[in-house]
Design a protein around this ligand. Structure first.
Ligand code: ADP
Ligand code: ASP
Ligand code: MG
Length: 438
């Protein structure tokens, strides 16, 4: 009897962000990368093109003040996409009809809608729907076997618009069912990062830059061994190359290192990406779509790693110093008011320290009216000092010489050290624009 041969093909998940599809040469490059993977089954999670999400945020701001003006601004965004469609020599009428149908589906019921956060998500999500439609059409033209999948049919979220919380177990089941059925008819599944859907059928977004997180959700749901995120940098570096001249490429880093770096503002991957992959020990490879020979950075749990100093800088941080006027203590009751307000305003707490009569904290930017609400909620008897537009410098595995170098022309307003990590909220004496060596 002939032996029964069971061929198991494991799936892969790739993620391409805005910079990897910002123009036609980059789209062609993406296609070349996929061509090299012919015969494999890959879910390809894609963001909006270039800076289209920012353009859609501008459309939203316009729309909520003046609906017609907003729709005109949206037409311009469609035109920009159609220029790319034309340059790629795709079927313009067919694609334009599809883009318009996304607009109709998302916006037609908004005329009387009052919830601005809901409106935001219906507009902002269009970027990913547009980009994936164009890329799928291009891959097809290049004779790659690709299906387009509406990610909203598999990623279920709650109704926290702008920051949808994913219902993981339902999402996991939906993903494995749908993906298996799509892979029966094609090698590549092209789908959207960053967006999901509520059980009432409204589109949600998962937080700016959230496409990396979507890719991690797919990797988790499909139980794959490795996720690849393609970037315009060689991998994870010891600092942002846009700000520093000679950062070093980190070949391997642990999940812990990656989550700490990204939480404090290393914009290379979204901080939410790490948790789902860590839970299943899925390796994450961050590599360059511009130099495909190199493998980049592996994020896993290899153990025994040592690191050079890693610098992360987050801009637009606010320092609040809350002090009681009559020397009464700052109690846990006051702290709970502060934390619940922060939760309500969805602002992130970066650093904090309390003393008998004061509480100092660093948070991500909030509006002035929200600061006023903090004060009102605290009640009489407290004064608040606000320092805006600070930078939060985090140096992991720090050396004092580097701390001195990075703070020479800065005023350090607040400093915390924990083990080998130092964090400083600093104000530029003269805003540092030129690059420094690290
Ligand atoms: P995407 O195309 O997926 O949206 P992003 O532009 O969001 O990609 O992320 C890549 C960028 O992250 C790089 O161009 C780089 O400037 C920035 N970055 C910030 N910190 C780091 C770091 N430590 N290592 C590598 N890149 C970093
Ligand atoms: N397009 C979205 C954004 O710019 C999501 C992403 O790119 O990850 O925030
Ligand atoms: Mg991005």
């Amino acid at each position: 009897m002939r032996p029964f041969i069971f061929i198991f093909m494991s799936y892969k998940v790739f993620k391409f962000g805005g910079s990897s599809i910002k123009d036609i040469s980059r789209i062609k490059n993406l296609c070349a990368i996929l061509k090299n993977c012919k015969g494999e089954k890959i879910v390809v999670v894609i963001s909006a093109m270039g800076k289209m999400t920012n353009a859609l945020e501008a459309v939203f701001s316009h729309y909520v003040k003046d609906r017609e003006g907003g729709l005109d601004a949206l037409d311009k965004v469609v035109d920009e996409h159609m220029e790319i469609v034309k340059a790629l020599e795709l079927e313009e009428a067919v694609i334009e009809r599809k883009l318009q149908s996304f607009i109709f589906d998302n916006l037609s019921m908004l005329e009387t809608e009052k919830n601005k956060e809901l409106i935001y998500d219906q507009i902002i999500s269009l970027g990913e729907l547009f980009s994936t439609t164009i890329i799928k059409a291009y891959l097809e033209k290049m004779e790659l076997s690709a299906s387009w999948m509406d990610v909203r049919n598999v990623i279920l979220t709650d109704d926290t618009f702008r920051d949808g919380k994913v219902e993981m177990s339902i999402t996991k089941n939906k993903i494995s069912k749908k993906v298996n059925s799509y892979f029966k008819k094609s090698d590549f599944i092209i789908t959207q990062g960053f967006i999901g859907k509520t059980d009432k059928g409204f589109t949600t977004t998962l937080g700016r830059e959230g496409s990396d997180y979507t890719a991690a959700i797919f990797a988790y749901a499909l139980d794959i061994e490795e996720l690849t995120i393609w970037k315009d940098v060689p991998g994870i570096l010891t600092a942002d190359p846009r700000r520093f001249d000679n950062p070093i490429l980190l070949d391997k880093i642990s999940y812990r290192e990656a989550i700490e770096m990204t939480y404090y503002g290393a914009k290379v991957i979204h901080p939410k990406t790490i948790q789902p992959i860590q839970n299943k020990n899925i390796r994450l490879q961050v590599r360059s779509f511009l130099d495909t020979e190199k493998t980049g950075t592996l994020i896993a749990d290899p153990g025994g790693l040592t690191y050079p100093p890693i610098v992360v800088i987050q801009e637009g941080v606010i320092l609040l110093q809350i002090t009681s006027n009559d020397f009464s203590f700052v109690t846990t009751e006051h702290l709970s008011v502060i934390f619940s307000k922060m939760n309500q305003f969805r602002t992130k707490l970066c650093l904090m320290r309390n003393s008998a009569i004061s509480f100092t904290l660093c948070i991500n930017e909030v509006e002035d009216k929200q600061l006023d609400a903090f004060m009102k909620a605290l009640g009489q008897g407290f004064s608040i000092e606000v320092h805006k537009e600070l930078e939060l410098i985090t140096i992991r595995h720090y050396q004092q010489s580097l701390v001195d170098k990075l703070t020479t022309d800065k005023l350090v307003m607040f400093e915390e050290t924990l083990k080998d990590t130092i964090q400083m909220a600093v104000k530029s004496i003269e805003t540092l624009k030129e690059k420094k060596e690290i």
